[in-house]
Design a protein around this ligand. Structure first.
Ligand code: SAM
Ligand code: SF4
Ligand code: SF4
Length: 379
């Protein structure tokens, strides 16, 4: 059945000009928003291009040959990204995730990884440096990324069935190449490898047990993500969302799982461990995660900021406007001024879209059409 596709209104132009406070105290590593949430996690989108056309993210009907991508001169350079990352880290960021579009399409990405790996947290530690990729180029790039200082990787994979996978990426890309990318990542020693599966009821939900069995005991953590109403073009409908509770129940009926406590405050996934014969979590079998972005809001702990490839700062995945930090970078602003502007933006943050979703009208009216696309600010 053909899905409803909403035409893309180019909302990248909806931009907020950051003010540079006249006086500001230096960064202390502890910056809080209006809901007392600290800034800890920076997701940096390095390109708006992708070689896949996943229907839930960049549907082919919208992202077709007429779609205008950003010219290279609009993208932040690696030096600009690193300068901003350093300022964010002084405010308390300790985790940096590179994303996109498809981040591995950005030429020489390993050079950016090497620059970011030179930075240190306020406690003098290495940043937790990771990448989310569709895996298509990972077999080729894993070694260079690891050597440059990448620590972890998350690979998106929605099915092990080649026909379903080719249909979901909508560019006929074979699943075997993504699996080879995951193996390459393991072989070069990238740690804590995760696989993200977006579950769409009626499309790939029957693949849940097979995916779980495939990765159980492999050292890779599989995470099931609820299909989200992010962006304005993916024709999202609630009846295509399979609640995480149902994912866990389906798995539990075949193989025992036990709940695990969170690794860190603000963690997006709820963890479940595979149980051994004694009914307790068996670390050798590993764990799964469920990300209930729709059915269980986790805005209360949300410590994530998102930086677009052209230097706009978004405070929520469902934001409609971003703060133009590039104008400061390419103007004459000093580090202290940019740092103060970032502080003022975060201190004014009150976003909590997922908590409010249930109280919004079904199509979320105006708001939905103005939302920024996932392929623009990453996951
Ligand atoms: N291209 C890379 C990839 O696919 O991993 C990185 C960017 S992609 C936008 C980041 C993550 O967002 C992926 O794991 C993808 O599956 C997820 N994603 C995209 N659209 C989504 C949606 N509508 N609901 C839930 N997750 C989505
Ligand atoms: Fe590309 Fe990732 Fe979006 Fe799929 S989810 S279209 S791979 S950016
Ligand atoms: Fe964070 Fe926005 Fe998602 Fe809530 S809806 S968890 S504030 S990104």
């Amino acid at each position: 059945m053909a899905e409803r596709v909403i035409p893309l209104v180019d909302e990248r132009s909806r931009v907020l000009r950051p003010a540079v406070p006249a006086t500001a105290s230096p960064a202390t590593g502890e910056l809080f928003d209006t809901r007392a949430r600290p800034l800890r996690d920076l997701r940096i989108s390095v390109t708006d291009r992708c070689n896949f056309r996943c229907g839930y993210c960049m549907p082919k009907e919208v992202f077709d040959k007429h779609h205008r991508y950003l010219p290279h001169s609009d993208l932040l350079s690696f030096e600009e990204i690193t300068r901003l990352a350093r300022l964010f880290m002084a405010h308390g960021v300790h985790k940096i995730r590179l994303t996109g579009g498809e981040p591995l399409l950005r030429k020489d990405l390993e050079k950016l990884v090497a620059q970011l790996a030179e930075l240190r947290t306020t406690e003098g530690r290495l940043p937790d440096l990771t990448l989310t990729t569709n895996g298509s180029l990972l077999a080729r790039k894993a070694r260079a990324l690891k050597d440059a200082g990448l620590q972890r990787v998350t690979v998106s994979l929605d099915s092990l069935d080649d026909a379903i996978f080719r249909r979901m990426n909508d560019v006929d890309f074979p699943v075997a190449e993504v699996l080879a990318g995951i193996e390459a990542a393991q072989a070069v020693g990238l740690k804590h490898i995760k696989v993200n599966m977006v579950v769409k009821r009626g499309t790939n939900d029957h693949e849940i047990p097979r995916m779980a069995r495939h990765f159980r005991g492999s050292g890779v953590t599989l995470r099931f993500i609820e299909f989200m109403d992010v962006g304005a073009t993916n024709g999202w409908r609630m009846d295509q969302v399979l609640p995480s509770a149902e994912v866990v129940a389906r798995l539990q009926s075949e193989l025992p799982l036990v709940p695990l406590s969170p690794n860190a405050v603000g963690e997006t996934a709820q963890r479940w461990g595979w149980a051994g014969a004694d009914g307790r979590h068996d670390p050798a079998l590993g764990e799964i995660g469920v990300i209930s972005s729709v059915t269980r809001a986790f805005c209360g702990d949300c410590n994530r900021a998102r930086l677009s490839m052209e230097g706009r700062l978004y405070l929520c995945l469902f934001a409609t406007q971003g703060w133009d930090l590039r104008s400061l970078l390419r103007g004459d602003a000093s580090d202290a001024q940019i740092s103060a502007a970032i502080a003022a933006i975060w201190q004014g943050r009150s976003d909590r879209y997922s908590e409010l979703r249930a109280s919004l009208p079904p199509d979320q009216g105006e708001q939905r059409g103005r939302r920024i696309e996932m392929s623009y600010i990453g996951g």
